[in-house]
Design a protein around this ligand. Structure first.
Ligand code: FDA
Ligand code: NAD
Length: 434
């Protein structure tokens, strides 16, 4: 079987891989030294588009429009860019075996790739309902969303089931973004999740109440405190009903499931140190194995600001960890080092006309400020999180670019406060002063 050898290999061809390639381009390398091996058939793209404009009936996003690095306002790296740079894009190729001691990777087709330096950028996969043995979960038209092929299948189903009914299982990022996208396509949507409010890992009850109220106005039926326990299908094997634990039965032509992600570390199990479900790295994204780095969703790294190690499943960290790792690799070749990774967590989402940003840490007490009436023509509200009398996290719905910058600064600076009532009263103007 064919054997190929590279100085640098990135396994995985998602967001982190794309930003790593751009950083190699900036730092300099020789043609033929770098390869990206990806299971997907397309060059790295901005994954967040898949749950947003990719699904819209108008203003639809399609490749090559959203290849990296347009999501952060950078140059769009179409496949030709990789060719010009002499980067080998090895697409549609799944790595099924990694031998970190021998420095080789083996593909499903049996090709062998040798490397001197490996960057693991395999991202996450979806947790499936069949993982918890939910009956009938393999029926047709039950969808998960991670990769572009998944999105294409969903787009086909939306066309085929025009004005039909959808049940969205899960109240996290996928649940909220996909319910909105389906509704915009004129599908009748019910959302089901077990928690007392949506996005419980981040939202307070007050924040969630706004989004649940807004979604209800848009005609989305929200069912909380229960889970899907089974599906029935028609004679074609297509899903028809969703059975809930509380005994209710919902009709469905389409089911979308978003019950969380799982980092793809399986290839490296037993060969590299892991922590908190990811591959443990240092501040330069070096793993416990020399010459092996891990970036993006798979990395559990030191979050300097909180003196803790964490894994982050969001695009901003995928981009920045990629840049940090490549800068560290190139500097070490010259016997130099780079500064420590000093990441400020940043998450965002967009759905309907809404758009929120969150910076920092969601721990401690919270205050809510602003207009959070879902019926308002232009709602704008936010929250601060306060720990040890310091503001450590900030959330803002409907902020302008300057206002979002201001809340980011608050989360970075962590200003002290004396009085929570005063902070509530000042609201966004508190951030503007920092
Ligand atoms: P990513 O998943 O991007 O890439 C991993 C790549 O590795 C894939 O191409 C995969 O096929 C490949 N791969 C895996 N195993 C392989 C193997 N064995 N062999 C070869 N290739 C392999 N975040 C955010 O902050 N804001 C947002 O709005 C969104 N929106 C969003 C929407 C959707 C639909 C998803 C699924 C995710 C988001 N995210 C997000 C999260 C964000 O996209 C995510 O954190 C980054 O894509 C992580 O980048 P990585 O490069 O680590 O993984
Ligand atoms: P998530 O962790 O955000 O949400 C999972 C949700 O699943 C939970 O909130 C819960 O409501 C629900 N749940 C758990 N078990 C359930 C069950 N048995 N039945 C019904 N509901 C159940 O994960 P996700 O929404 O699936 O997103 C997957 C990945 O994609 C994550 O890494 C996420 O960060 C990423 N993503 C991010 C964005 C963004 O940042 N804007 C957008 C889309 C996806």
């Amino acid at each position: 079987m064919a054997e190929k050898s590279f100085k640098y290999v990135i396994v995985g061809g998602g967001v982190a891989a794309g930003y790593a390639a751009r950083e190699f381009g900036k730092q300099g390398f020789n043609p033929g030294e770098l390869a990206i091996i990806s299971k997907e058939a397309v060059a790295p793209y901005e994954r967040p588009a898949l749950s947003k404009a990719y699904l819209f009936p108008e203003g639809t996003a399609r490749l090559p429009g959203f290849h990296v690095c347009v999501g952060s306002g950078g140059e769009r790296l179409a496949p030709e860019w990789y060719k010009e740079k002499g980067i080998e894009l090895i697409l549609g190729t799944e790595i099924v075996k990694a031998d970190l001691a021998a420095k080789t990777l083996t593909s499903a087709a049996g090709e062998i790739f040798k490397y001197q330096i490996l960057i693991i950028a395999t991202g996450s996969t979806v947790i499936k309902l069949s993982d918890f043995g939910v009956q009938g979960a393999d029926a047709k038209n039950i969808f998960y969303l991670r990769e572009i092929d998944d999105a294409d299948k969903l787009v086909e189903a939306i066309k085929a089931k025009k004005n039909g009914k959808a049940v969205v299982v899960g109240g996290g990022y996928i649940g909220l973004e996909l319910s909105a996208a389906l509704r915009i396509n004129n599908i009748d949507v019910s959302m089901v999740y077990p928690e007392p409010w949506c996005m419980p890992r981040l939202f307070t009850a007050d924040i969630a109440a706004f989004y649940e109220g807004y979604y209800a106005i848009k005609g989305i039926n929200i069912i909380k405190g229960t889970v899907a326990v089974g599906f029935t299908a028609d004679s074609n094997g297509e899903v028809k009903e969703v059975k809930l634990k509380d005994g209710r039965v919902l009709e469905a032509d389409i089911v979308v499931v978003g019950v969380g992600g799982r980092p793809l570390t399986t290839l490296f199990k037993g060969q590299v140190a892991e922590e908190k479900g990811g591959i443990k790295t240092d501040t330069f994204f070096r793993t416990s194995v020399p010459d092996v780095y891990a970036i993006g969703d798979v990395a559990t790294f030191p979050l300097k600001l909180y003196n803790e190690i964490r894994r982050v499943e969001h695009v901003d960290h995928a981009r920045k960890s990629a840049e940090q790792a490549v800068q560290a690799i190139k500097s070490s070749e010259e016997g130099k080092t780079v500064e420590e990774y000093d990441y400020l967590p940043y998450f965002y989402s967009r759905a309907f006309d809404l758009s929120w940003q969150f910076y920092g840490d969601n721990v401690g007490d919270t205050v809510l400020f602003g207009d959070n009436d879902p019926k308002s023509p232009k709602p704008k509200f936010g929250s601060y999180w306060i720990k040890d009398r310091k503001v450590v996290g900030a959330f803002l719905e409907g902020g302008s670019p300057d206002e979002n910058k201001a809340i980011a600064k608050v989360a970075r600076v962590q200003p002290s406060i004396q009085n929570l009532d005063q902070l509530t009263k000042e609201g966004l103007s508190f951030a503007a002063k920092i």
